[in-house]
Design a protein around this ligand. Structure first.
Ligand code: PLP
Length: 231
């Protein structure tokens, strides 16, 4: 792990986030950086923590478990589950993660709620994953199913639904993702009006497209490659 390179990459990402925020006229504390550590080991997580990073994302229960064993805990970081979670791993996920940002079925939400209740946990912050593109990702609620999903999930007492998440398909031109991010923002606005809940968070934007996502209202970006490239 080249820590100097990691520091430079982090500074570069933060600068680009700030520029995008300025273009959109948003406040400095409006956008959180979730470092996606799925391709790197525990040493990189320790280095990120030393650099002042507070939130990390992993997309597999097994990887998070292995890394936390090596690190002997969560290092005081906020761990986000950002990948598809199988219902039978819900209980494990609740032990390893502070938030589940990729709730993609009512069945999973009910299982998380049931397990959290049984283990005396929660309310657990969650985001509902939406498949706004209808392609590229196979997980997430299609926009038309979101209202019914919210009606089923909002009453679950051990879950705190904080907003929506999406993953844009890989494209050569980041601008091509703009309509998808705008669509997620509109879905959230509509959901707020309809349910009266604040639903403050939009997790959208990765290395290829985080600046566009911030311009379109992202409150969390999930970034991996831009942080670890060359380290
Ligand atoms: C890997 C991953 C990211 C980060 O992707 P990069 O292109 O490396 O920035 C973000 N979100 C999810 C759900 C991921 O699996």
């Amino acid at each position: 792990m080249d820590e100097a390179k990691l520091r430079d990459n982090l500074a570069d990402v933060r600068r680009r986030m700030a520029d995008a925020r300025h273009r959109a006229g948003r406040r400095p504390d409006d956008v959180r950086l979730v470092a996606v550590t799925k391709t790197v080991g525990p040493d990189a997580i320790r280095a990120l923590q030393a650099l002042g990073l507070r939130e990390i994302g992993e997309n597999r229960v097994q990887d998070a478990l292995r890394k936390q064993e090596t690190l002997e805990g969560r290092l005081g970081l906020r761990w986000h589950m950002i990948g598809h979670l199988q219902t039978n791993k819900a209980r494990h996920a609740l032990r390893l993660f502070d938030a589940v940002d990729s709730v993609d079925s009512v069945r999973l939400a009910r299982e998380l709620d049931r397990r959290a209740a049984r283990d005396g946990l929660g309310p657990v912050p969650v985001l509902l994953e939406c498949n706004v593109s209808g392609e590229g990702t196979k997980h997430g609620f299609p926009p038309g199913e979101l209202p019914a999903a919210l009606d089923a999930i909002l009453p679950l007492e051990r879950l705190a639904v904080e907003g929506l998440m999406t993953m844009a398909p890989l494209v050569a031109d980041a601008e091509a993702t703009r309509p998808l991010f705008a669509a997620l923002r509109e879905l959230a606005e509509e959901a707020r009006r309809r349910t009266g809940r604040p639903l403050p968070h939009l997790s959208m934007g990765m290395t290829q497209d985080f600046e566009v996502a911030i311009e379109e209202g992202a409150t969390m970006v999930r970034i991996g490659s831009a942080l670890f490239r060359g380290t």
